[in-house]
Write a protein that binds this ligand. Structure first.
Ligand code: PGU
Length: 404
């Protein structure tokens, strides 16, 4: 018989978000009519805006014509799209030849683990998006799960708490090869400042590590004076790979489009440019994002598209403000929600799964338990700001009834 992949067997339980759906369905099985509002998984809800939709539709229609048809695309993605991202997003700090278009940030996080292989030692912010840790386990970078360590052996968890302003003490990551960092952060909603990212970069250089920077929520930053890409920090080009996504600003969670920037200055120990291996890997294991979708991305990055994305983000950020104000009124201690679509909420002493169950069963609102993001997530739950306005208002009204 075929042996089970021992790395996959090491994963503790199911992936966090399907587990939440399972618990929601358990309630629905008991009470088939229950009207549950989901503020759990960060899934967009609003229609794609008109100009971006038109980009998708025109591309799809074009495929049905002789002139508009195209097959396999350019290896790194549509040149026009890479040029537009280089110019309009990076202001030339990254060149089009350093951008790789993909089917989303999650998929690239997975492929990046393969780039570095099972020998790499990783450090993550704790709490963090579960794919960094689960992906590392699947790739064979870790040992088993240890209750004592509060996580997987071989992974360095860098606690991000209200007490340290959600910026970790980096020292424990001294021996790490890869530092996963996410800002604006999922799940805490914290945004790193220029000074903090400079510290991170200096640390990575001093210890010869690479930063894998997840900027999936960068377009949610509202305040001026905060870095929107880590490449705004000087000296970052030889130490950071940045991932980004159209999911949250353009509503492409189901459409699927993202990119990864790999500057030419990044080198492996033996002098090989990382971009060379990344090109080899991604052209071998991936055949490009859909040509239809890439045209949608191109529309998203022209003047009209950028304005539409700003309006979409503004809508979800109003949701965030409503949720945050509601929770604050009820005496919950909240973090985030001002530059990120997540409100990280202290559970007043309850365990995060107990708080999750309480909010689910009493208010019929789905959240995400903090522990699902790592050991330092215990004692918190995450509220996502994605939802129709009526549902957001209804959710807050229910929380008032239960906790008021
Ligand atoms: N990076 C971060 C930090 C994310 O929070 C998410 C989505 C992604 C990447 C994925 O981006 P794609 O471009 O759409 O692949 N996080 C959501 C959805 C859950 C999931 O499993 O992806 C969340 O609720 O945390």
């Amino acid at each position: 018989m075929v042996q089970r992949n021992k790395n996959i067997a090491r994963l503790k339980a199911g992936y966090l978000f399907p587990e939440i759906t399972r618990r929601k369905n358990a309630l629905l099985a008991k009470e088939p009519g229950a009207r549950i509002i989901s503020l759990g998984v960060g899934n967009t809800t609003e229609p794609i805006t008109p100009h971006i939709t038109e980009g998708l539709v025109a591309a799809a229609r074009g495929l049905g014509t002789k002139e508009g048809y195209s097959g396999y695309g350019e290896e790194q993605g549509l040149t026009a799209l890479r040029e537009r991202i280089a110019e309009r997003y990076y202001n030339g700090r990254v060149g089009p030849e350093e951008i790789f278009i993909s089917d989303g940030a999650k998929c690239d996080i997975g492929r990046l683990q393969i780039l570095f292989g099972p020998g790499a030692r990783i450090a993550v912010q704790d709490p963090s998006y579960p794919v960094y840790v689960d992906g590392a386990v699947i790739t064979g970078m870790t040992g088993g799960y240890s209750e004592e360590h509060g996580g997987f052996e071989g992974i360095t968890y860098l606690a991000c708490t209200p007490e340290n302003g959600f910026f970790p003490d980096l020292e424990p990551a001294r021996n790490a090869d890869l530092l996963y960092f996410c800002s604006p952060n999922n799940p805490t909603g914290a945004v790193s400042t220029f000074a903090e990212l400079k510290r991170l970069i200096d640390f990575a250089k001093a210890h010869r590590a690479v930063i894998l920077f997840d900027a999936a929520y960068a377009m949610y930053i509202q305040e001026a004076g905060l870095p929107r890409t880590i490449y705004e920090i000087e000296g970052s080009r030889d130490v950071v790979i940045e991932m980004n996504s159209f999911s949250k600003p353009a509503g492409f969670t189901g459409v699927r489009l993202g990119w990864t920037a790999v500057p030419k200055d990044l080198l492996f120990e033996d002098g090989t440019p990382m971009i060379r291996d990344w090109h080899r890997l991604s052209t071998t294991l991936f055949n490009g994002a859909s040509n239809i979708v890439q045209q949608g991305g191109l529309a998203a990055f022209d003047d009209e598209g950028l304005q539409e994305m700003e309006r979409t983000v503004a809508f979800y950020m109003e949701n965030a403000a409503i949720i945050k104000a509601g929770l604050d009124d009820l005496g919950f201690e909240t973090f985030g929600g001002t530059n990120a679509p997540y409100i990280w909420t202290r559970t007043k002493g309850k365990s995060s799964w107990d708080a999750f169950e309480e909010v689910l069963y009493k208010a019929r609102v789905v959240t995400t338990p903090g522990l699902g993001f790592g050991p330092s997530g215990e004692g918190f739950i995450r509220f996502g700001a994605f939802g129709h306005r009526g549902d957001i208002e209804e959710a807050v009204a229910r929380l008032r009834k239960v906790f008021g």
